[in-house]
Design a binder for this molecule. Structure first.
Ligand SMILES: NC(=O)c1ccc[n+]([C@@H]2O[C@H](COP(=O)([O-])OP(=O)(O)OC[C@H]3O[C@@H](n4cnc5c(N)ncnc54)[C@H](O)[C@@H]3O)[C@@H](O)[C@H]2O)c1
Ligand SMILES: O=c1ccn([C@@H]2O[C@H](COP(=O)(O)OP(=O)(O)O[C@H]3O[C@H](CO)[C@@H](O)[C@H](O)[C@H]3O)[C@@H](O)[C@H]2O)c(=O)[nH]1
Length: 445
């Protein structure tokens, strides 16, 4: 099939490369001309394992193209995916302006039958608005005879595992009221849906809401476990053991029950807030989801509060090493990363921080300009430790799993670790001579 993908970010570039990989001809479009120039030169705008190779392969075989303009892509497309950002507004609602702009552009250019597929995460009712924007533009141009369908096809990939998630999805959700669009979407996804991993065709509103409900459920599990972790710290239980005991129940399972420094990223925080906003719009108080959001906001400060109790509120003479800036391992994305909240809180109290992350330092430099003078970056994890009063571990990159503890002891001013991702064994750490604090295992300040 011939496909235009509008918005070449984490979702659009992965979707575009994967659709090309399974045999389609794809044009990835982005209004950011620098991004397109770089992509044409083989430089990717994001860090995502496996993606450079897949992009290079499909550019070379002529199935993947890039364009800063929509027109040449749309002129040839049978399907047009919208994969632009839907960032949160100050009131928690999703800002849909990028989606509406693309709809308008499609309506201004369209001259043949098209299936418009919305893959951005958007609130219930957005497909209907997209439909009316395109129809209005066609009417304005006197092109009412040009036909099109709008489909909702939310994306469930995770950053860091995006290619695997896209190529081997647990399910594909298609929301449509058109039999023809349903048939084409089934054909498109046929190579990647597998036994027991269904392609679910449903009405558009249910598809739109499925995306928010799925993210809110996963976020609920994390906030639930973070609350249990706080209780564990009070009563002296170990949240890892509690998780194993709970998760062995097939009805509960082990996934997304890791207590830690809170969830971040470009999805859970914003989608939880949008769901609360949607409820409010319809006069419904989303009590559980509100609590999930509140617990997460509090959890992002748990480590910083512990550090405050350990060192006192004035941290002017204190220097910390911080490992992990990205919101999770295997990505360079720092949107809503817990590390940002921790850094801002400690710097605000006078601390100096040297941070290290394998991928996200360039992004952090842009986001944390306000911390200048108190925030430094190290070239590797060990260099960050030099003369620090403690190490704060925020993101569980693999290279932090088994560090050289003897070298760490030599470099740190004192052998003290605050671990926001429960990476090490508290008993083993004590044996190595470390003072070790973590989340929900009874080792807290
Ligand atoms: N990041 C994820 O892991 C993920 C997973 C599933 C769903 N989603 C959802 O997918 C959507 C996209 O997320 P993302 O993280 O890929 O966003 P992103 O910010 O990485 O990329 C969006 C891209 O769209 C481009 N863009 C904006 N307006 C445009 C226009 N008019 N024409 C062409 N390009 C335009 C931007 O320049 C940017 O490159 C969001 O709704 C998000 O919630 C994201
Ligand atoms: O047990 C867990 C699992 C995750 N997290 C945190 O939760 C956040 C999100 O993690 P993850 O879900 O792995 O990453 P995302 O790439 O944000 O993916 C989520 O958000 C995407 C965008 O909507 C969806 O497509 C995915 O299905 C959904 O998992 C990160 O800060 C993690 O550290 C925890 O604290 N504990």
């Amino acid at each position: 099939m011939k496909i235009a993908v509008v918005g070449t970010g984490y979702v659009g570039l992965v979707a575009g490369a994967c659709f090309a990989e399974i045999g389609n001809t794809v044009w990835c479009v982005d209004k950011d001309e620098a991004k397109i120039t770089n992509l044409e030169a083989g430089l990717l705008p994001i860090y995502e394992p496996g993606l450079p190779e897949m992009v290079a392969k499909n550019v070379a075989n002529g199935r993947l193209h890039f364009s800063a303009a929509l027109q040449p892509a749309l002129a040839q497309a049978e399907l047009c995916f919208i994969t632009v950002g839907t960032p949160p507004r100050a009131d928690g609602a999703a800002d849909l302006s990028q989606v509406y702009t693309v709809a308008q552009e499609i309506g201004q250019l369209l001259d043949h039958h098209l299936i418009v597929v919305n893959k951005s995460t958007v609130p219930v009712g957005t497909a209907e608005i997209v439909r009316s924007i395109i129809a209005q533009e066609l009417k304005r141009r006197g092109q009412e005879n040009v036909t099109f369908a709008v489909v909702s096809n939310p994306e469930f990939l995770r950053e860091g595992r995006a290619i695997n998630d896209f190529m081997r999805p647990d399910r594909v959700v298609i929301g449509t009221d058109s039999n023809e669009a349903a048939k084409i979407m089934k054909e498109l996804y046929q190579p990647i849906v597998r036994d027991q991993h269904p392609l679910l065709i449903m009405d558009i509103k249910s598809a739109e809401l499925t995306k928010y409900a799925a993210n809110a459920m996963l976020a609920t599990r994390i906030s639930f476990m973070n609350e249990i972790a706080r209780l564990c710290d009070k009563v002296g239980a170990d949240v890892n053991r509690v998780r194993q005991g709970m998760g062995a129940d097939g009805r509960i399972g082990l996934q997304f029950l890791d207590a830690g420094a809170g969830y971040g990223g470009s999805c859970f925080p914003k989608d939880v807030k949008e769901l609360i906003h949607t409820g409010r719009k319809y006069g419904l108080e989303m009590a559980i989801i509100q609590a999930v959001d509140q617990v997460n906001e509090r959890q992002k400060h748990y480590l910083a509060e512990m550090i405050g109790r350990y060192f006192g509120d004035n941290l002017a003479q204190k220097k910390f090493a911080l490992w992990g800036l990205a919101f999770k391992p295997e990505t360079d994305d720092i949107r809503e990363a817990p590390a940002l909240a921790i850094i801002r809180s400690l710097v605000h109290r006078g601390a100096t921080i040297t941070a290290y992350d394998p991928q996200a330092i360039p992004q952090a430099k842009v986001a944390l300009t306000g911390c200048g003078g108190r925030l430094f970056y190290a070239e590797n994890k060990m260099a960050a430790l030099d003369d620090a009063d403690a190490l704060i571990l925020v993101t569980e990159w693999q290279e932090f799993t088994q560090p050289d503890f003897a070298e760490m002891k030599r470099r740190l001013r004192q052998p003290l670790i605050f671990d926001g991702r429960n990476q090490y064994d508290p008993v083993g750490m004590a044996a190595l001579g470390f003072e070790y604090y973590c989340i929900g295992r009874g080792y807290c300040v």
